[in-house]
Structure formats: structure tokens, C-alpha cells
Design a binder for this molecule. Sequence first.
Ligand SMILES: Cc1ncc(COP(=O)(O)O)c(C=O)c1O
Length: 414
Amino acid sequence: MLILDIMIPFVNLTGQRNAYRKELEEAEKSVLDSGCYIGGPEVRALEEELGSFCSEPPCDGIPCGERRGQIDAVTCASGTDALTLALIALGVNPGDEVIVPDFTFIAPAECVAFLGGIPRFADIDPETLLIDPSSVEALIGPKTRGIIGVDLFGQCAPFMELRKIADAHGLWVLEDAAQAFGATVISGDESAADAAAGAKPRRACTFGDIAITSFYPSKPLGCYGDGGAIFTADVELAEKVRMLANHGSKERYLHETVGMNSRLDALQAAILRVKLRHFEDELKVRRENARKYDEFFAEYNARVDAGAGASAGLRVSASARIVPQRIVENCTSTYAQYTVLAENRESFTRVFDAAGIPHCIHYPQPLHEQPCFRELAQGSENKNAIEASKKAVSLPVCAFTDVDFIIDKLRAAL
Ligand SMILES: Cc1ncc(COP(=O)(O)O)c(C=O)c1O
């Protein structure tokens, strides 16, 4: 009999669908039978739920602060559209400079450039892999209009520091939480009085003047196609974004401004509403999966550090440590990816391949080295971003991944 190795998916979307099948099929049927496919009650209900989710601090065993200002959520057709809409609403014009992290998915820089703006690439912290505020400060000039902080791999960017820099220079802050819907930061606010009043958890998508997320299928909260949302506590900004996403129109066939067609359809909204009901539980499992990886890599690095090498059964060079992205104390990540920095990435990915463990390289190049930005970014020397692009490897971590099985395979292989 032929025994085939079971393929482990990088994100187990079929496992998730099987778990919620009944609820999903009921929700899908209800939309298909309704005849209402764009906008309508499902989209409105989802926007309410997304807004409440972000407005209400999670109180799970953590002392909660008072309720924050209500966050408006406006859904749209993708995370990339959400960025574009937010940037238009913030007033980005050709020639305006916007500071973005050099190590991330291309979308934030791409959307700035698409509107005629100039992305300026800031270096990252070598451990958290998040935008480095001191690098941001060094890039500010007379044409700078704003800063985009990306919540990379599910951990919030250092928004308290970014906000201080932005306020000192009259800039706006945009939070790209495409990978981090559901993440939290448990810390005092900007003011010392808040800090003195005790720890307050705060959700991703509430930092910055405006924030966005993505519902791409493999994201922590994903739909069955493209989808995205914009979040803001600024009522006027929310109204502007809503109008821009609907052909610049508030009233049918009356177009106040030139806009876009960027709407989330009702079917995706209904699917997201089902998944949102299970989302907190999924996040707990993701975090537990990440904890197991942390434990395994700590144990592995201890063997490497001890120089045990071959005598401890290490199959890869003894100098090859594997260091997980550092999650800052008081932050909880959504672990959109469980990403490690491997000194000797090629030999590690060969081990993963041989063991049948899927992995991805997020991201193989810093943005300033991308062909489309090379000319514009001449002279960029972001050494931490370059280093991360040579070492980063992401492992499967979703709530439907059997991480114990993967760790057993890794233990046998490393
Ligand atoms: C950081 C970041 N921003 C924006 C996006 C764009 O989202 P979408 O794929 O929904 O357009 C992504 C998608 O991967 C992302 O990772």
C-alpha cells in the first residue's frame, strides 16, 4: 500500500471551513436567497460589529480602561483599496512624501506611489522587525505629510513614538493593520495621566488618525475573496472614505467628488460575520501555537549556544540560531505569520522541505530594492531591513494547524 505524507497547508482554510460549515452554509444561503448582493443589511451589520470590536477594549483578565471613542468601520473591496481610500481622504497629493517601513508587503508604498506621492523607506528594529522611529525622524523633510506604521506579522507598530514624532512635525499617522486585526497593546496612552491610571488594553485599528485592515483569505480574519476595511474615530474622515468608496457619492447619482467603486459584497460580509464570532477563540489558539514554537526554538538555540553541534544531534551548522520576531512586552500579536530569523536560511528551509513543513519567505527583498522603487530609493541603506530580508522565514501558525506535529517533525530534523 502506498502511504502518502499528509500535506500540511500553510493556512488551513479547509479545516476552518469544516469547523464552521453549518453556520457558514446557512449564512451563504441566506445571502444568495436574499437577492441583495452589494451593500445591504449584512454589510451594515458587519461594519457595526467591526467598529464595536475595535472600540471595546478586550477585558480578558486584564484591567480595562474606560470605553474608547466609537470607531467607525467602513468596508471596501481589499486592503489595498482601503489604503488608497485612506490616503486620498488624508489628502495625499502628487509630490507629497510619506514614510513607510522598508520591510513589509509592498501595498503601503505602492498606494502612496500610485497616487503620485513619494514613499520614503524607514529602517526597522532588528528584533521586532517593526518600523524604527529614529529612522522615521531622520527622513522627515519639508514635503513629508505622514507616516504609515505597519503592524507586521500581527504586532502593532510603535504608535506611541510615531504619534509623538507626527505631532511634533504636523504629520498624520496611518495604521496598516492588514495583518493585525485583533492585536492589542496593553499600555498607557500618550498622556502620563493615563499611564498613571493603570494599564489599558487597546486594539489594533485604533492607532493613527486612520487605520486599515485586509480580509484576504489567509489573513487572521479572512473572507473567501478580496475584502478590506478602514477604521477611524474621526466622523468626517469616515464619511469621506465612505463616499470615496462609492463613486464619490452619498446620494444616488449625485457625485460630490471623483471616487472609486470599492465595496465589500454581502456574501463576504456574511462569511466574515460568522468567522468574527469565533475570532477571539482562534486568536487564543494562534497565540498558544506561537508559544509552543517559542519554547521549541528556545530549547534549540540553547543547544546551538552550548556548541553541542553534532554531539547533540544538530543537523545544521551549530552557529545557526533561529530567532523568533520579538513580541514587545504588553503587546499581543495575532500571529498572522510566525516569523523567525534564521542565520542560515537556506539550510533551514531545506530541512523544512525535507520534513514536508510548508514555509514562506516574508519578504525576500526590502522595498527599496524592488525594481519599481530602485530609482526613487537610491541611497537607501536600511541595514536591518536588508538583514531581515535575508533571514526571515514564516511557519504555519493558524488555529487549524497541528503545531505539535510540526514541532515533532522539526525536533527530529534539526
Ligand atoms: C501589510 C499589508 N498591507 C496591505 C495589504 C494589502 O491587502 P490586500 O491583499 O487585501 O489588498 C497586505 C496584504 O498582504 C499587507 O500584508
